[in-house]
Ligand binder design. Structure first.
Ligand SMILES: NC(=O)c1ccc[n+]([C@@H]2O[C@H](COP(=O)([O-])OP(=O)(O)OC[C@H]3O[C@@H](n4cnc5c(N)ncnc54)[C@H](OP(=O)(O)O)[C@@H]3O)[C@@H](O)[C@H]2O)c1
Length: 244
């Protein structure tokens, strides 16, 4: 099994580690023994930065972007592949860590269930097939044309799951407000998202809406209310805020 070293032990690092588990030998590198112990209990090999030599290793950077310069001081030897999930860190910024090839990805935490939607950019052609195999372990992958697309792609794949969590929470709360039990309202909302995934994969969004809205029906009344609260503009502004 190919060894992969994930640098960082937070939410994204854990999701990636769980996505890779079983197909790769996952090693998690961090700065706190206490935090690594929890991951060891989940079956991952762990080590501290002071004991890690990056030379000729496949590395995923999953720490906070502001830590890059400090980490570059620790990672002195040339890695084989560096895959970065760091928001707003360009290929130019990544050069402070030496590697034979660099990859920028913006997965979401559904990587844990191998269900991320992951935009990616690869710097050169070294180990390209191997890199694509690693990325596909997290779910679906989408190649970008250039780095300028990364921030907007990140807002959709990385940030929008949190926006949709607000939508799901609001719909479930609305059900409770209308008298459904919390449990039933949550289960119905989960079912709704499963149904909607299929609709979205098979139909244009405008047609989904048209098919459901009958004349003077209940759905078009709900749509009218959403338009009154400028729901489209709210989401577009949110995407804009997260991309900039
Ligand atoms: N969460 C997402 O959905 C998502 C989506 C796309 C991209 N990302 C990217 O994933 C990366 C990690 O985000 P996260 O959500 O996993 O955050 P998180 O749960 O807060 O974890 C942050 C990680 O960064 C480490 N860290 C923080 N400051 C550090 C420093 N000065 N030196 C070394 N390590 C440091 C932390 O180590 P300690 O535990 O020791 O403090 C921890 O392992 C970020 O670069 C973010 O842009 C996240």
């Amino acid at each position: 099994m190919l060894d992969i070293y994930i640098l960082g032990n937070g939410a994204m690092a854990s999701a990636l580690a769980q996505g890779l588990y079983g197909k790769y030998q996952v090693n998690i590198v961090g700065r706190s023994k206490e935090k690594l112990i929890n991951l060891e209990k989940q079956g991952f090999k762990t080590l501290l930065y002071k004991d890690f030599n990056p030379e000729n290793k496949n590395i995923i950077l999953a720490f906070k972007p502001h830590a890059l310069k400090d980490m570059a001081n620790i990672l002195k030897y040339k890695a084989r592949i560096v895959i970065s999930v760091l928001a707003n860190i360009s290929f130019d910024d990544l050069k402070c860590i030496k590697a034979q090839n660099y990859v920028r990805i913006m997965p979401n935490i559904a990587a844990k269930y191998k269900a991320s939607a992951t935009p990616y950019l690869i710097k050169n052609s070294h180990f390209k097939d191997e890199i694509l195999q690693i990325l596909q372990t997290f779910g679906n992958i989408y190649e970008l044309n250039d780095e300028k697309q990364m921030n907007a792609a990140m807002a959709i794949s990385g940030c929008a799951p949190a926006f949709l969590a607000l939508v799901a929470e609001s719909i479930a709360d609305g059900g409770v407000c209308e008298g459904l039990s919390r449990d039933l309202s949550i289960k119905l909302t989960q079912g709704l998202f499963e149904s909607f995934t299929q609709l979205l994969l098979h139909k244009h969004t405008a047609l989904i809406k048209e098919k459901i809205c009958s004349p003077a029906g209940v759905t078009i009344k709900g749509i009218k209310t959403l338009e009154k609260y400028a729901i489209r503009s709210a989401f577009m502004e949110a995407l804009n805020s997260s991309s900039s």
